[in-house]
Design a binder for this molecule. Structure first.
Ligand code: SOE
Length: 397
């Protein structure tokens, strides 16, 4: 698949083809963190990847007219609008990119799919399994009409994690036994740091669990090629009230601050997971270690251009974890960017995601991860929450 082989070095060719390629009109809803990084990807994708369609950044949607207009100007969108319903109906829009908090994903995605627009939706897919199921049904109906959808689990497009998946699929790990995953941040460690939408259940669905735990659920399933079949979980909220933003006073935190859980994978591997925003000193440490019968792999997003590999077939004298610098043209995606050895960053993963999305749409094949993958993650999230509420009982997913 495209994501496994990476792309040719296409910088010059991509720009010289620009005028001849058909375009794809894009509307984006939301312009905060995710809106900014998606905009960057829409701007750069056709300059580095030989994509079949050149994105046209038609319109940016947001609630506040002035702030949305400023964001559109800054991030390269031709127009701005405040009514997402009008935006998804526009004839010059072919794809809707949803970068809003989780409570609006289902409504916008379903309306866009029904209007015949392809959809890219931020993760987690929804705030509840019920919403995610409705989104999958809408996506399935749309797919029958050649309209596609993708959920933005961008870390699948970190070259080192795509390489890890390739090594597992090639049998270099043998039979998988342990999957160890953590997503550690520290931006909430200070109890005085103010309230945000990410700490309100009605907007975010859950806390660290859905925001960053969702990433390690998807990434471990992607790398291992297995699905999680059951979990036992524990959640905690360390700081239950935080200063309101601007207005004075305090507001209740209604989500988890951390979630830890154990899991079983479909082929019998066992997993341990930890998601927290209170790991002081850990900034964006998405870590995965896999131990199999033939080898082991280790990855840390804070050193995202490296993959550590221990080949268990080597004699003990020379064995040990080797650091692979994942910047060779033969590594997934790396060849589209700089000469070998020149590292990539967080933003590139979104460009890769959009490149794969454009290729899949043109080929008429469902992009991955699709909404069904998003629903699978949602079921795991819900099972962890239910397990935590029931004294950590084991729940089948
Ligand atoms: C987006 O992919 C995201 O999950 C954010 O929502 C998190 O807050 C971020 O830290 C990791 O990326």
């Amino acid at each position: 698949s495209e994501s496994d082989v990476g792309f040719r070095l296409v910088t010059e060719q991509a720009s010289s083809n620009d005028g001849r390629r058909p375009s794809l009109g894009v509307a984006m809803v939301g312009h905060a963190f995710m809106g900014a990084v998606h905009s960057h990807a829409w701007r750069s994708v056709a300059r580095f990847f030989d994509v079949p369609r050149t994105p046209r950044m038609v319109v940016l949607g947001g609630r506040d007219p002035e702030r949305t207009a400023q964001a559109a100007e800054r991030m390269g969108w031709a127009e701005s609008a405040t009514d997402w319903r009008a935006l998804v109906e526009r004839d010059d829009v072919d794809l809707v990119d949803i970068c809003t908090p989780g409570d609006t994903h289902a409504e916008i995605a379903i309306a866009a799919l029904e209007a015949g627009k392809h959809v890219l939706c931020e993760k987690p897919l929804a705030n509840t399994v019920d919403e995610a199921e409705r989104m999958v049904e809408a996506a399935e109906r749309a797919r029958q009409r050649g309209v596609f959808s993708m959920v933005a689990f961008n870390y699948r497009r970190v070259p080192a994690l795509a390489l890890a998946r390739r090594l597992v699929a090639e049998g270099r790990m043998g039979e998988l036994r342990h999957v160890r995953a953590a997503y550690l941040q520290d931006w909430l460690s200070d109890a005085e740091s103010p309230m945000t939408w990410r700490l309100r259940k009605e907007q975010a669905g859950s806390g660290a669990l859905g925001d960053i735990g969702a990433h390690i659920i998807d990434a471990t399933q992607y790398v291992s090629g297995q699905t999680i079949t059951g979990v036992s979980g524990l959640t905690e909220t360390f700081v239950r009230q935080r200063p309101s933003q601007g207005a004075g006073g305090t507001e209740n935190v209604t989500v988890d601050d951390c979630a830890v859980f154990t899991a079983r994978f479909s082929s019998g591997a066992v997993g341990t997971f930890e998601a927290t925003r209170y790991a002081l000193g850990r900034k964006n440490a998405l870590r995965i270690e896999i131990n199999g019968s033939r080898g082991s792999l280790a990855f840390d997003l804070e050193s995202m251009n490296e993959l550590w590999f221990h080949d268990g077939q080597e004699p003990p004298e020379t064995g040990g974890f080797r650091r692979i610098v994942v910047t060779e043209p033969t590594h997934p995606y790396a060849g589209a960017w700089w000469p070998p050895g020149h590292v990539l960053g967080y933003e590139h993963t979104f460009t890769h995601e959009i490149a794969d999305l454009l290729v899949a749409i043109e080929a008429g094949t469902p992009p991955e991860p699709g909404f069904a993958d998003g629903l699978r993650v949602q079921r795991v999230l819900e099972a962890v929450e239910r397990s935590a509420e029931n004294g950590s009982t084991y729940i089948t997913v």
